[in-house]
Design a protein around this ligand. Structure first.
Ligand SMILES: [Zn+2]
Length: 146
């Protein structure tokens, strides 16, 4: 299926992405479609065309990091993301883990900040783990949609 009407493309994108998690990091809702072969290197299809054989559901953060990077397999793209996320969240990932007893000694907004950071850190760790899993499996575009 290859759509060229912009309105149809947008409708189809919304329908496709809502039902799938990010194919790379596993975030619950994909809100974009990643062109596994970036637009800029794909001269067969025009820039606005949409073809399910060329795209996979992807979250905005992964899609932004990938932009038009020259990685032509899902595994290579996931590998790039795992490296980028590890660098991007280096500071967050290096924060110490607090025990319940230690947390009891902290009050107010500092305690809230520590709890928030801990949850965010766990979320980022899961994203990276998922990217590594996808890197190792290196599925095809058809596998992702199956
Ligand atoms: Zn993602």
């Amino acid at each position: 299926m290859c759509l060229t009407n912009e309105e149809d493309i947008e409708k189809e994108k919304i329908k496709m992405t809502k039902a799938y998690p990010c194919s790379y990091c596993g975030d619950k809702y994909a809100d974009t479609l990643d062109h596994v072969v970036p637009h800029s290197y794909n001269h067969v299809h025009n820039k606005r065309s949409y073809d399910k054989k060329l795209v996979i559901p992807c979250c905005k953060e992964c899609n932004t990091i990938l932009s038009n990077k020259l990685f032509f397999t899902i595994g290579e793209r996931a590998s790039h993301l795992s490296v980028k996320y590890t660098k991007k969240y280096k500071k967050l990932l290096s924060l110490p883990s607090w025990s319940e007893e230690e947390l009891e000694e902290v009050k107010g907004s500092l305690k809230e900040k520590i709890i928030y950071d801990n949850k965010y850190k766990e979320h980022v760790k899961l994203k990276i783990e998922n990217c590594c899993l996808v890197r190792d499996i290196s599925p095809s575009i058809e596998d992702v949609w199956a």
